[in-house]
Design a protein around this ligand. Structure first.
Ligand code: BEZ
Length: 218
């Protein structure tokens, strides 16, 4: 199995989810997708994370992003867990969660942690780690993150990366560290300053010949 890298096509698969069966490439359709995994149902960090993602639903919709979770348990368990997530976080979780009790999709996406001996189930089988994949409408993987089981993720950061990727796909720009929507952006290194002054009508500030800023095109 080829290793998953940025730019490779997200592997297709069929799965049962809490919103019905899916074929992953059909699910992606013309959208951006965030696929994110959890070690297991009814675990505390995961319960808070899924609540956070459910609360951000409008932010994902505004960016044409479909969210899909994965946890290595059966559908029946997921259904009961969603009731808990909604209750604890006061949300209405609307996105699908993949049931992957045999860890087949987890293996396909390299989400199983064979090294961390603290992250195993009662039978010693590795849990999935906290993986995140951002996938674009061409089905290319654009971001891969792996967090330890003990650390909940920052989903504002994941939205920030979506903003950066979507903006960079539309304009010849990159985004600086800690950039957020609305901040100045960096002219892509492949664009000369002369060309930048033509294509960025809000002006170009040359900090160094290799670091040119322009106001965000948002
Ligand atoms: C949690 O979600 O709290 C968790 C899951 C697996 C290992 C450690 C923590």
């Amino acid at each position: 199995m080829p290793s998953l890298r940025l730019g490779t096509t997200a592997p297709d698969f069929e799965a049962q989810t809490t919103k019905g069966p899916i074929k992953f490439h059909d699910f992606i359709g013309e959208n951006w997708v965030i696929l994110f995994s959890h070690p297991a149902d009814f675990t505390p960090v995961c319960t808070t994370e899924l609540g956070l993602v459910a609360a951000l639903q409008e932010d994902f919709d505004a960016r044409n992003v479909k969210v899909i979770g994965l946890s290595a348990n059966e559908l029946e368990s997921h259904e009961k867990w969603i009731a808990d997530i909604n209750e604890v976080n006061n949300v209405d979780l609307k996105f699908p969660i993949i049931a992957d009790p045999k860890r087949e999709i987890s293996a396909l996406y390299d989400m199983l942690d064979y090294q961390d001996i603290t992250n195993v189930d009662g039978k010693g089988i590795p849990f999935t780690v906290r993986s995140v994949f951002i996938i674009d409408p061409k089905k290319a993987i654009r971001l891969i993150l792996t967090y330890p089981a003990s650390t909940g993720r920052n989903f504002d950061e994941i939205l920030r990366v979506v903003d950066s990727l979507q903006l960079g796909d539309k304009h010849r720009i990159t985004t600086p560290g800690n950039w957020k929507k609305g901040d100045d952006v960096i002219v892509h290194p492949s664009v000369s300053t002369e060309e930048a002054e033509k294509i960025f009508p809000k002006g170009v500030k040359v900090v160094k010949p290799y670091l040119r800023l322009t106001p965000s095109p948002f």
